[in-house]
Design a protein around this ligand. Sequence first.
Ligand code: CA
Length: 523
Amino acid sequence: MFKQGKKIKAEYDYLLYERDPDPSLHKGFDNSDVIYLLMPDRFANGDTTNDNVKGMLEKADRSKPLGRHGGDIKGIAEHLDYLKNLGITAIWINPLLENNMPKQSYHGYAITDYYKVDPRFGANEDYKNLVKTAHQKGLKIIMDMVENHCGTGYFWNDNLPTHDWYNQWPEFTRSNYRGGVQSDPHASEYDYDKMVKGWFDVTMADLNQHNELLAKYLIQNTIWWIEYAGLDGIRQDTYPYPYKDFMAEWMKAILNEYPDFNVVGEVWLNYPSQVAYWLDNTTNRDGYRSYLTNVFDFPLMYAMSRAFNEKDGWSSGTLALYETLSRDFLYSNPMNIVVFADNHDGDRYFSKVNKDIRKFKLGMVFLMTVRGIPQIYYGTEILMTGLEHVSHGELRKDFPGGWPEDQNNAFTEQGRTPLQREAFNFMRHLLNWRKGNKVVQFGDFTQYIPENDVYVYFRHNDKGAVMIMLNNAEKEREVDLSRFEENLKGYSKGRSVLTRKLFENLDKIIVPAKSPVIVELIR
Ligand code: CA
């Protein structure tokens, strides 16, 4: 009840729902998962009647790369079986909340109502039902959230609850996007202020989480969504941009309510040392503790982007992968890192490897067998391409077959080109093998310095071992296995995961040019 003097200005009844008693809820995601990132406006249009909704400023127009294309929650729901068949176990959906902005509202990062799904995607109930249906199929749902900024079309924008609801500047001031200043012991206040209080964009107002009312609003909103929708995880946008003390409070509030829950933070920084600062630890020199359970591996993504285009050298080719992973000592727990080859903000992987299917396979095998939790971007399995310098729209093209009028439907076998079939079948085989293999999911990771252009590493525990060999040369390589004795001890043969070929002994293995070999070792 809101009063002015004695006069009641507004009344609102809050409904207190029962908590869902399902004990399997809110258990988070882990190394057994493979995450599929999809952009809801660009994945599938299951309901063309919601493409345009009265009161929503931007209309659908598929001819515009940065316009709205009409994808929605129903489109996702209709393709859950497709994803399950592919071997996916968790889906990270770019923001579904209302973005009532006049243009470029498709990407979802200018939220205008934290409590409401955008009606062009569906209703709150549709989202809740999507999670429920996904759970019935053994799929988890990870919600994309943004605590740093909201869209300037937010309903409070023209009449802010308090002047300091936003970080205010005399004139528009952009963030310097240098997330590293938050951990830099030498950072100036000038740079810090621009980083944390500068606006992400003219259409994205910088929220001041040091306002206690706003901080509470954001925390309550997060807890509400976890409980209401039955979420399995959160991906938090622009993690180093808000005040870091607030982000720690936000994390603590979540874990206090749901101790097994996960949040993966977008800490988009280049060096493992910078990313490690944000993954929960008790050893940061400035005493900062984030409580953040997971981070993305941007440094490894950058190494993956070049490794198979380069020849192996002291720090090039697969040595870039080896060197990056050798810095894992910086992380409190390297297993809690989400590994990826691409996402909605950068060049698609098939473009990065110059559309070479051999390099693509090397990259995907690496991604699915390295330590951490793998994430792929929608359309990777059918070799979708796109380069960032052309346009963000290029990275976020419609999944072919997601729209009723599409000529080709790549969701079906018949709708794929021969090369797309090769990639899809490869991915499905790899993902479904990983899905049933605890050793590759949770096993220890031991790597050997790449030699003669072949990078060899093992995933192993007391139950078994898997040997991964990546040949980065344009020629086949015969690899003498005696160097790997410490990991091969106790095993007498092996079977290729990709070809099912049996290796009768573990003396030598021939790895074809620019190809991976995965060997499940047999005692
Ligand atoms: Ca639609």
